[in-house]
Each structure stands twice: as structure tokens, then as C-alpha cells.
Design a protein around this ligand. Structure first.
Ligand code: FAD
Length: 299
């Protein structure tokens, strides 16, 4: 199923993001997580890609296993910064051959542990070039998603810049977008308003990160420029080493965040699962009635 087509028809989307584990044990655990989330009938699930190309085989293996062994629609993330155009085309051809129809087109970041790494000559330097390459080489075979940043990408000097280059990805043929995690919904609403004013009308699905480990999420958030509200930090800090209490506070916060987003007519919710199901299941359970009501309008 093409995600862009489902969204265009007005399907309310629920989706889960996973990363490809490094070990067999990790992959076994991931597939336990996938099994427990499959019963929520997500619209799609997605599998991340290591920007240096390090997960090329692992991402493909996990995507292929989900495609063959479950009933779920799966989207492969693909980053362009470390690949030549020929490599990108060959990766996409492999996905096409195994029946994958959805790609999240990303630039990626150069790997921090490879300071001398240089992108290959002619590599796509930005995600809009990757979207263009996918469209020119594969036409409409793939539904293409792109990333968006309600608080601005760390490299963007201001929100006008952010919107200008986001629009470029849409003009090149992106069907939908998933946002970076955010914890303050007003950033998302302001971003949507700015997009609307610029004539950007693709569905922009909010990315939800349930906080289950405060140190880890604080680090991610500061790297990607996502603000954690002060009152949430105040609640979480005293329980830094108490995973149970952190998860309780994180889940409670995410439930409120999702309820507010649902009230404000978002096209879907995308959960960053970090390959664990518990927090996502608890959040889903709390918002289930509202989600099911929206999903009952399935075309
Ligand atoms: P771009 O759209 O290229 O934007 C990057 C910066 O460049 C922005 O500041 C933008 O304004 C600017 N810009 C864009 N186009 C141009 C242009 N033509 N000229 C000048 N400036 C321009 N990373 C991974 O490594 N693997 C993943 O699987 C992964 N999945 C992600 C999923 C989601 C939902 C999100 C939100 C992010 C994900 N990322 C992933 C992170 C992403 O790769 C980084 O945020 C990266 O720094 C930017 O990628 P992009 O596709 O947004 O880049």
C-alpha cells in the first residue's frame, strides 16, 4: 500500500518507527516488539537507515522481513549523503524488486565518528535532490515521505529558511512528511500554519517520542533542537535513575500531547518506539477510543 495514497484518501494514520538492530538477539527482541504492536493495525511502520550507509543490509533485511512475515505496510528510510547516485538507484531497485513501495527520503548527517568522511562525487547533497532522483528514476512506483522540523533543523538559521527548503522537497514530489520529535505542540501548530501560508498541502504527521530514559532523550533532543518544556524537566530530573517512574511521567506527558494533537485535527501520529513496545502500547491504550473513532472513517 502506498502511504501517500492512504493519506490522500483521509485515512487517519498510526505508525511506528524502528531501527535495525546490530545483533541477532536485538533482532529477535525487535520482532517481539513488532508482533505486539501489529495487533494495533498500524497504517505503516518504518525502519531507519544509518547515514553513513552502515545499516544498508540490516535496514533492508528488517524491511524485507516485516514485508514478508507480517501484514503491515513498511517504509524504508534512505539517506543520500554517503551514497553515489548509482548506489542510491541500486538500493531503490532492490526495494522495488521485493515489493517495497514507500521510502522516507532523507539527507542524513555525516557520521560523527568519521571526521574525514567526504560524500562521494555527485552525491545528492540535500533531501530534495534525493526526492528528485527517486521521481526521475522510478516515477510513481514509490510513495515518498520527507522529514520536517517544527522547531527548525539545527542547520536552518530561521523558520523562513526552514519552510523554503521544506517546500522544495514537496515541489520535487514528496507525498507526506513526518516531523522531528517535539514536546511543545505550539511549535507544530505554528509550523503547519506557516506551511499552509506557503501553499504546502501534504499531510505532516507529528513524530511522538515517549520519554522512557531522560538522559538519552535529553541528548537526542539537544542534538536535534527539540525543546523539552521546563516543567517536564523538573518532573523528570529527580527520577533520572528510576526507569519505572520516568516511563510513567513520560507516558502521561505523551498521552496529553497526543490528546491535544488529536483535538486539533492531525493527520496521524508517528511513534518513535526505540524498538520497545511498552510505552507506545500504554499511550495507544489511553487514546484508543479517539483514534478508533477517527479510523472508523477509513475509506
Ligand atoms: P534536508 O532536507 O536536506 O535539510 C537539511 C538542512 O539543509 C536544513 O537546514 C534545510 O533547511 C537545509 N536545506 C535543505 N535543502 C537545501 C538546499 N537545497 N540548499 C541549501 N540548504 C538546504 N537520519 C538518519 O541518518 N537515518 C534515518 O533513518 C533518519 N530518519 C529520520 C526520520 C525523521 C522522521 C526525521 C525527522 C529525521 C530523520 N533522520 C534520520 C535525521 C535526518 O537525517 C537529519 O535531521 C539530517 O540532518 C537532515 O536530513 P533532511 O532529510 O531533513 O535534510
Amino acid at each position: 500500500m502506498k502511504i501517500g495514497e492512504l493519506l490522500k484518501k483521509g485515512t487517519f494514520s498510526i505508525s511506528f518507527e524502528f531501527f535495525p538492530p546490530k545483533t541477532e538477539e536485538g533482532e529477535r527482541e525487535l520482532f517481539d516488539t513488532i508482533k505486539s504492536l501489529e495487533c494495533l493495525s498500524p497504517t505503516f511502520v518504518s525502519v531507519t537507515y544509518g547515514a553513513g550507509g552502515s545499516t544498508r543490509d540490516r535496514t533492508k533485511r528488517v524491511v524485507e522481513r516485516i514485508h514478508q512475515q507480517t501484514h503491515m505496510t513498511v517504509m524504508a528510510h534512505l539517506t543520500c549523503i554517503a551514497h553515489s547516485r548509482e548506489e542510491i538507484i541500486s538500493i531503490l531497485r532492490e526495494y522495488k524488486e521485493i515489493g517495497i513501495e514507500n521510502i522516507l527520503a532523507l539527507r542524513g548527517d555525516l557520521p560523527a565518528n568519521m571526521p574525514n568522511f567526504k560524500p562521494p562525487d555527485g552525491a545528492c547533497k540535500h533531501a530534495n535532490e534525493l526526492v528528485r532522483l527517486i521521481r526521475s528514476s522510478f516515477g510513481e512506483h514509490f510513495s515518498v515521505g520527507v522529514a520536517s522540523y517544527p522547531e527548525g533543523h539545527p542547520e536552518s538559521p530561521n523558520m523562513e529558511w526552514e519552510i523554503r527548503y521544506f517546500k522544495k522537497k514537496v515541489m520535487e514530489g514528496a507525498d507526506f512528511s513526518i516531523t522531528q520529535m517535539f514536546f511543545i505542540n505550539d511549535y507544530y501548530y505554528r509550523f503547519i500554519d506557516m506551511c499552509y501560508k506557503e501553499g504546502i498541502d501534504i499531510p505532516i504527521i507529528p513524530g511522538i517520542m515517549p520519554i522512557t530514559n531522560f538522559r538519552q532523550i535529553s541528548k537526542f533532543a539537544s542534538m536535534c533542537g527539540a525543546t523539552i518544556p521546563d516543567d517536564l524537566i523538573k518532573r523528570l530530573e529527580p527520577h533520572m535513575d528510576d526507569q519505572e517512574e520516568t516511563t510513567k511521567i513520560g507516558v502521561e506527558f505523551a498521552i496529553k500531547q497526543c490528546e491535544d494533537l488529536l483535538k486539533n485535527g492531525v493527520p496521524g501520529l508517528h511513534f518513535y518506539t526505540l524498538n520497545k513496545s511498552r510505552a507506545t502500547l500504554e499511550i495507544y491504550q489511553a487514546i484508543k477510543d479517539k483514534v478508533l473513532a477517527l479510523r472508523s472513517y477509513l475509506p
